[in-house]
Ligand binder design. Sequence first.
Ligand code: ADP
Length: 399
Amino acid sequence: MKILVLNCGSSSLKYQIINMENKEVMCKGLCERIGIEGSQLTHKVPGKEDFVQVEAMPDHKRAVEMVMAALTDAEHGVLKSVDEIDAIGHRVLHGGQKFTKSIIVNDEVKAAIRECFDLGPLHNPANLMGIEACEAAMPGKPNVAVFDTSFGMGMEPKAYTYAIPIEYLEKYSVRRYGFHGTSHDYVCHRAIEFAGLDPKNAKVIVCHLGNGASISASIGGVCVDTSMGLTPLEGLIMGTRSGDLDPAIVQYICNKEGKDVNEMLNILNKKSGVLGMSGGVSSDFRDIEKAAEEGNQKAATALEAFRYRVAKYIGAYAAAMNGVDCICFTAGVGENDKGTRKAICDQYLGYLGVKIDDARNDVRGKETLISADDSKVKVLLLPTNEELKIAMDTEALVK
Ligand code: ADP
């Protein structure tokens, strides 16, 4: 079975064709600046030169048409015809409280995605455009929606209910949803397989540390808690997002600087995190680490605070589950930065019996057990693969 995986943003569209026989990525690509001047498609086939096409893409429909043409292009394509695509798997940001798992798209599902525009104002409209563009370009092919929020639907009320008047949950569905769900779901299940853990009872903490960062606790693959909330702003310190903070800070700074709530939320989402803490050095963790090494104290504090926050959440989640069998590191920083993995484990997790093996930890982007044999908790590096998870869910539903 061949699955087209689509991830649509407001002005971009990322795609992959995955051959499910061998889980191989046949090609992948990106349409950029959709609806903006200077749009272009970059199509990558392993072992071939990138195929770049600069052409106006007024909307996602045109972008999907160009992707179809690239996929079947005589020189750069990987398919004889789009009929070879068995189904399309779409990443959808927000499924609200309705969707606890992935689902084949029909009119009702589209209406529900539309109902969640308020909750995912940047992504959900683009996700729906992608679905409708595929329906138009490939009539009759099944489309599957894979929600970033489904994994968080495993949480119990004590974990997802905010301590604010209950009417806001009842009237407006204000609760913890959690994001990066596809990644947490994939990695915690992969951890169970890779480390040979008990599939029903394994207590797993997944640290998804990228530019956006979040952490989850799960038992037997079911989410117990996760750090992002109603929006991706809550939880860990990120590249540009603040993560947790006293909500009264918003009003305090608004009053001091004559800003409104929208401006403050923009600052908390785009100008905070390690970028803001370092006084503007960078949102990229490599730059932060370099600056810290060169003696920039603000960058050093930002890096320490980032690691400290991850460790605090691991402690909290070990308590939430009354134990932890396995801690996984994934995403850009988690997969590539041995120093951060080691600092988190060595400085803060000794009391849990966590012991890193330095030689094993000297690795990047490869499934590896990085804890010592006598560590009480298994620590793993597991590269995430959201596209593969979307394709796996899609295959399971259309088979
Ligand atoms: P996102 O998908 O949220 O954009 P990624 O998972 O791609 O993020 O992670 C990107 C982050 O990973 C960047 O901040 C980058 O600096 C960081 N990163 C990549 N390689 C390294 C490394 N060797 N050391 C530290 N950070 C790294």
